[in-house]
Design a protein around this ligand. Structure first.
Ligand code: MG
Length: 228
């Protein structure tokens, strides 16, 4: 039998970070509070509740600062300063309880991490999980994004595997499955975090498999390797 690209033996697992290995709403919440402190010290306006409400209740996840500044009649020129304050906080981050046990149980695989998030490397340190990964690619450090194939290829090259030998695990249909699917990776969606109820918008955004928790990943990979 000739193996199709999606039927190859998986020897490496690549992970997304935000929402996949930890609930990144804790990073967002701490960042919005830090930005609110910066705004207050600059303008005297306390917009903390506005920012939290815009993001978490009204789902304004892009352009949150522009939106709140506009509603308060404040200059959009403040946005870069607020974005800097947002990423500058150093509150503790906590991984999902299943994250470390799962990473430990995958010791037969080469493990990689590919994240588009700002401060990717630093988040890994704060989560105390950096040592589990044989390779880390942070696209915020380069020109390409997860909408491009290059960072996914870079992760494979760093782990010395073909894309068809890698499973990529993510949480966000818009970013995590289209390029890995194109490259022939086995794609797994974890239904966790703030994008858990977002449906894929097109076929290429559909993962090969869906799990409710990372805890189901080792079993999924085992069953795929040796089906009954
Ligand atoms: Mg994510």
């Amino acid at each position: 039998m000739v193996l199709g690209r999606k039927d190859s033996m998986v020897t490496a697992v690549g992970f997304d970070l935000d929402g996949t290995l930890f609930d990144d709403r804790q990073y967002v919440r701490a960042g919005l509070k830090a930005a609110a402190r910066a705004l207050e010290s600059r303008t005297g306006v306390d917009a903390r509740e506005d920012l939290l409400k815009a993001y978490f209740r009204r789902d304004i996840r892009e352009g949150t600062f522009d939106h709140v500044l506009d509603a308060r009649d404040l200059s959009p020129d403040l946005v870069p300063e607020l974005v800097a304050a947002y990423h500058d906080h150093d509150d503790d981050l906590v991984a999902y309880p299943e994250t470390v046990p799962v990473l430990e149980s995958l010791d037969d695989y080469r493990l990689g991490l590919l994240t588009g998030g700002t401060n990717g490397g630093e988040k890994l340190e704060r989560l105390a999980i950096a040592s589990y990964f044989d390779a880390v690619v942070v696209t915020a450090d380069g020109d390409a994004t997860k909408r491009d194939p290059e960072p996914f290829r870079e992760l494979c090259d760093a782990l010395d595997v073909e894309p068809s030998e890698m499973a990529y695990v993510g949480d966000r249909p818009e970013l995590d499955f289209a390029r890995p699917n194109d490259l022939g990776m086995y794609t797994v969606r974890v239904m966790k975090g703030q994008y858990a109820d977002v449906a894929p918008e097109s076929d290429p955004e559909e993962p090969d498999a869906t799990i409710d928790s990372l805890a189901a990943l080792p079993g999924l990979l085992r069953r795929r390797a040796s089906p009954e």
